[in-house]
Design a protein around this ligand. Sequence first.
Ligand code: G3P
Ligand code: CA
Length: 351
Amino acid sequence: MKNLISASVSLLVLAACASAPSAPAATPEAAPEVMGAAAAEPAAKAWNTLTGERPIVIAHRGASGLYPEHTIMAYKAAIAQGADFIEPDLVMTSDGVLIARHDLYLSATTDIADHPEFADRKVKRQTPFGEQEDWWADDFTFAEIQTLKARQQFQGRAMDYNDQLDIVTFDEIMDLVLAEAAKGRIVGLHVEAKWPGHYTDIGKGLADPILDAMKAKGLKDAGIPVYIQCFEPPFLAEVASKSDLPLIQNMVGAPYAAMMGLDYKLEDITTDGVGADVSYVLGKDGTPTDFVERAHEAGLLVHVYTVRDDRPDAPFTDSRAELQALFEAGIDGVWADFPGTAVEVRDSLED
Ligand code: G3P
Ligand code: CA
């Protein structure tokens, strides 16, 4: 982390981020912990990324366009498709087990509504978007979570694997990349801490469990590249004080940021990079803004979320065109629901 981030907008940031749903390129500051995959390979062309290395492809919740998100099947598919990093979003159970879920609430991506034994565990909570009645991951033990199965949440995608795949722990995800490394394939982890402020409020901060878990698994010794990302600056500041891992400050999407009066000043961001919505990088007409140039001038990597084959961002009607525009704009990485497409487009630009 380059410096300490102001936490003044953290609550607003939390609110906005929760609404959305590379061979790793080494950052200059964090090379020892960001070795491997693409970082070790010279790019076949001169990329206009921060480091000149090829941009990384981050499998967004695994190959979540094809399989229920955050399942071993989704992660394995992403690895098979050539993703440089897989992305676990992490929450924690009531008994302290880190599991991969995008949200604290469980109704959207699991079969919990079909478990009568949990019917009376549905409770209302106040969220940044108002009151929500749901089942919440931190109200359940890991043993209870293990009785659930994952579901695809986006209409129009394959539902064939619904209610068959387990909820995955962070340990299992680390074991997966360690097994790949043992076979000679280095795949990184782009780890997002979800709702860390909430966990801090209930006396169960996420930073130590995440850092301790990675240390226990020996990721660094195994050469597994790691980024830690979050929308909440205080969490990143805590991780910065406890490790030298490269950090990505996720930024609320431009339209939401404008609505909320947020004005990110790139020169004040102290992480190694930013996680930016596509709209920061490409304007409404699909042409590049000056965002990447300004971020690079500030020494920041730009990782961009999220490209989806079945939901390209306007004005694009083809995710390949969107990806090409992003890569040509100089981004350093992209989260993709269909990582194989992103790898294909990136690699085609090196031909
Ligand atoms: O973490 C950044 C990227 O994954 C987009 O955010 O909401 O899908 O976790 P989200
Ligand atoms: Ca994420």
